[in-house]
Design a protein around this ligand. Sequence first.
Ligand SMILES: Cc1cc2nc3c(=O)[nH]c(=O)nc-3n(C[C@H](O)[C@H](O)[C@H](O)COP(=O)(O)OP(=O)(O)OC[C@H]3O[C@@H](n4cnc5c(N)ncnc54)[C@H](O)[C@@H]3O)c2cc1C
Length: 492
Amino acid sequence: MKTVAIIGAGIGGLATAIRLVAKGYLVDVFEKESYPGGKLAELRVGGFRFDLGPSLFTHPERVDDLFRLLGEDSADYFQYNRLSTLCRYFWPDGTQLNAPANPKEFAYESRRALNVDTASISEYLLAAGKLYTLASPVFFDQPFPSVKALMSPAGRLLIKNFISLDPLFSLHQRSMLAFKDPKMAQLFDRYAAIFGSNPFRAPAALKIAAHLQHHSGLFFPEDGMYSIARQLADLALRHGVRFHYNSLIQRVNRNIEGNHITGVRLLGRNLDYDLVVSDIDINSFYRHGMVDYRSPLPGRLQRAETSAIIFYWGISGVHVGLDLHNVLFAANPEEEYRYLYKLKKICPDPTLDLYISSKSVPKDAPAGYENWIIMVNTPADIGQNWDQGITRLREIVLKKINDLLGIDLNGKIVFEHIDSPPTIARRTGSWRGALYGSTYNSRISAFIRHPNRRSKINGLYFTGGSVHPGGGIPLCLASAKIVADLIEEKEG
Ligand SMILES: Cc1cc2nc3c(=O)[nH]c(=O)nc-3n(C[C@H](O)[C@H](O)[C@H](O)COP(=O)(O)OP(=O)(O)OC[C@H]3O[C@@H](n4cnc5c(N)ncnc54)[C@H](O)[C@@H]3O)c2cc1C
């Protein structure tokens, strides 16, 4: 039986472990923290439970697949529901839009709130859906970029319909052309931020993210987001995956010729394995010397540009005007992205993502209270003064909530925890606190992500959100499938 060491129990590492144990490999997962999930973690304190990472859950069937693979029914352990409202949007001039999940109702509501032509919305979403159908078999389900992927029937179909990729426009240009309304463009541009990218530079093809929520659906687990990681770790454990927590892997060992891995190094001891799969942020993997890499760093390492400051607040009172997901927009989105990606500073008027899981999971907060998580995108950590930045941003956030929602939080915050790029980097091992690995800030970003395998080092594979096909839970789960299939193909 071949042995595999997986470094990191993030969502990609967990899914890869499940897929490999299903294929008959002996799998050990090494995780530096004391819990599984990586960026998908949780904090429990004083009767509150906070999800410390993702809040948007799409493509739950990719989780169901993992249970099915091991002969189990996910419904026995993991229940989730499709949300009927995607989000409540608030603009600084007082405009509000409750976005229903149903595309027709969404178009109707958008016309009512923003006077946007409903046909423009249907056409945009239709094009996004068509692009997803064409691109997903090539980009998300295969090792890419590869000639093999492009020469597959799906690849040839994509090339034939190359124009659907909308190659001439940025996401923002496409949104403005489609809706001719800055607020609607700002709403759809927000989908680039979901991938940690700048809509003024990211390719229009990122509109497929809108398709994910508006067509495939936005879901929420009945026990909150962290239950995804907990249930996958339990599933893996039930089927023989061995977990080693508090186990920081120091390096990946190679043979004398350097062309094949021989195992991993833990606490100064060498442990032998046939194969190694890294779920560590790919930038950290190389830059922290996990392999003594004799040639220069791979060209495909792009910059990690998007992180966040996140306020976790236990709030007294129940606020009926808010939903599970709420967005409070910046007045000037172009300026916001200029601060993020050019000046690399916290924007003085940022967009706020406000996620309140107790709206769906009442036990996440004591009766009469709510658990507010307010995320503000920031640049990655390049040595900015974060203490000063957090103090200033806290004031900005409190004022913005008062101005846009009419809620004065002074005296209502009964608990506070704050995450910032350095704390995210420390906890999850992500490079400079990046949320999604590299950004998609150029038209070719999707083609140049780090591959799932490097041909120069046999037996070494890469999974998770910082490599192909990309960040976010569904793509991490897709990367796990690609890696497991690659291992079967290359190693037998
Ligand atoms: C604040 C935030 C909000 C997000 N929002 C969303 C969202 O709404 N929807 C969505 O789909 N995605 C979202 N994401 C992105 C998503 O969380 C990630 O893409 C995904 O969880 C990454 O999983 P991964 O497999 O790459 O592993 P990671 O989560 O990066 O985990 C890597 C693991 O490796 C461990 N590790 C690192 N180095 C070592 C070592 N040397 N030895 C042993 N272990 C090591 C780390 O401790 C960690 O547990 C968000 C991320 C963040 C941080």
